[in-house]
Design a protein around this ligand. Structure first.
Ligand code: SR1
Ligand code: MG
Length: 429
């Protein structure tokens, strides 16, 4: 890994990027051939940054550069370049904790807010594969390893109080990215906000209901407070299926620029929410009725496997480690102590499951009524059909958020989703 702090920030478009990379010996060798012949393509389809794929005679790399504004909106919405620093820090930590599940880091330049990573090929963004109806057999096992290890080992269950507080401090400056989440996920979809959008006119009535639903406003505000005031672990902060790259046999988690010390359920909820949205959207991608039934069954099975796999791995790590300052071993000696601690672990996971259900619901609603939508629904061309699948997802999400306690196990969630698969909502317009 090479590093560089020199130079002032400037946006590196193709020619400047070529010159920059050509001056870095390790990367020049990795790419191979004459820099003039390198193929450089900007491929970023996310909301914030530039992403280039660079290919030379010998190999390829991915280059990510933060822009000083939100790409999706433009220069009217400035955003600190420091997010590239937090992303690099998070990726480095995740690489230590979950080796092989994040891209290898090759170079980082703080001033340019630029990071070079291995080129993930032939991986694709998981969300695109889900829209196409592709199953990913490795996904549940890999993502649960990533979640369990990155969350457990950065929590008070594994760290000393001093280490934990140093971790919190290291990411505390990433508050501008947290603020995006606080606004776009926990506030705007529930009020009139300029940037909101939804499938008009069909969801006009549902959008109005959200703005008038005080049970929901209380529930989302409790979740917002939990997001703001629960530094449980170093979370990825944006763990949707657009932040995961996959093949049949590999999974890589990318893009942790929203990382900070927050509630673990926010990451777990993001994964479940995005699978549930893939499930509901699937009806809008059918060629013929029922032709995606096997895929949809796999998605719900994966929802179940993600929660049970994560909970099992997290508990195993906890049972095997006594390093953290929380739950001191000296308080839980003997048979009685062992039994009480085990019961406490189960209660801890039950609370984490409730958080996960609530955050998953918040993630679904924001993708249907907030600024940033996802292609699972957006690629359904028939707007009435799109709105129908979205309304099904929102109905589940509202129940998950307001009646969270009714969901005791993950099969309560998948069972409720299955029941809504063919529900016909009343649409506006
Ligand atoms: C203005 S940024 C909108 C969204 O894109 C990112 O992927 C995050 O999900 C953020 O909320
Ligand atoms: Mg992203």
């Amino acid at each position: 890994m090479t590093g560089d702090r020199a130079g002032d920030y400037r946006i590196l478009h193709e020619a400047a990027l070529r010159d920059y990379l050509a001056a870095l010996p390790d990367l020049k060798v990795r790419l191979g051939g004459d820099p003039v012949s390198w193929a450089i393509t900007e491929v970023g389809d996310g909301n914030l940054n530039l992403v280039f794929i660079v290919k030379g005679a010998r190999g390829g790399i991915a280059v990510k550069q933060a822009l000083p504004y939100v790409r999706l909106v433009g220069e009217s919405w400035p955003l600190p370049l420091s997010r590239a620093h937090y992303e690099y820090l998070a990726l480095s930590r995740q690489a230590e904790l979950a080796p092989g599940l994040v891209p290898a880091l090759l170079h980082h330049n703080e001033k340019l807010a630029l990071t070079v990573m291995e080129l993930l090929e032939p991986h694709i963004i998981m969300r695109k594969g889900l829209v196409a109806g592709t199953k990913y057999p490795r996904f549940a096992d890999d993502i649960t390893t990533f979640m369990a290890r990155t969350l457990f080992f950065t929590s008070d269950l594994a760290l000393s109080a001093a280490e934990k507080k140093q971790g919190i401090a290291a990411f505390a400056g990433n508050h501008a990215l947290c603020k995006i989440t606080e606004d776009l996920i926990f506030t705007d979809p529930y009020r009139i906000a300029e940037q909101n959008r939804w499938t008009v006119p069909y969801l006009d009535g549902v959008a109005a209901d959200l703005r008038d639903d005080m049970d929901l406003h209380i529930a989302i505000s409790r979740l917002k407070l939990k997001f703001m005031a629960s530094p449980e672990a170093l979370i990825h902060g944006d763990l949707h299926t657009g932040s995961i790259m996959v093949t049949d046999s590999q999974t890589r988690v990318i893009d942790p620029e929203f990382a900070f010390y927050g509630p673990m359920g926010f990451d777990a909820g993001a994964v479940l929410a995005n699978l549930l949205m893939a499930y509901f959207a699937s009806a809008g991608h059918e060629g013929a009725p029922g032709d995606r039934a096997a895929f949809e069954a796999w998605v719900l099975e994966t929802v179940e496997n993600v929660w049970t796999g994560f909970a099992g791995k997290f508990l195993d790590l906890w049972r095997g480690s006594a390093a953290g300052d929380a739950y001191p071993v000296s308080l839980f000696g003997g048979e009685k102590g062992t039994a009480r601690l085990e019961a406490e672990r189960q209660a801890y996971m039950q609370r984490l499951f409730a958080d996960t259900v609530g955050f998953a619901a918040a993630k679904i609603i924001r993708r249907i009524f907030g600024l940033a939508h996802n292609i699972d629904f957006e690629l359904i061309e028939d707007l009435r059909m799109r709105a129908t699948t979205e309304a099904r997802a929102v109905r589940l999400a509202r129940t998950m958020m307001v009646e969270t306690g009714a969901f005791r196990t993950v099969t309560d969630v998948t069972g409720a989703a299955r029941k809504l698969r063919n529900w016909m909502p009343e649409l506006s317009g």
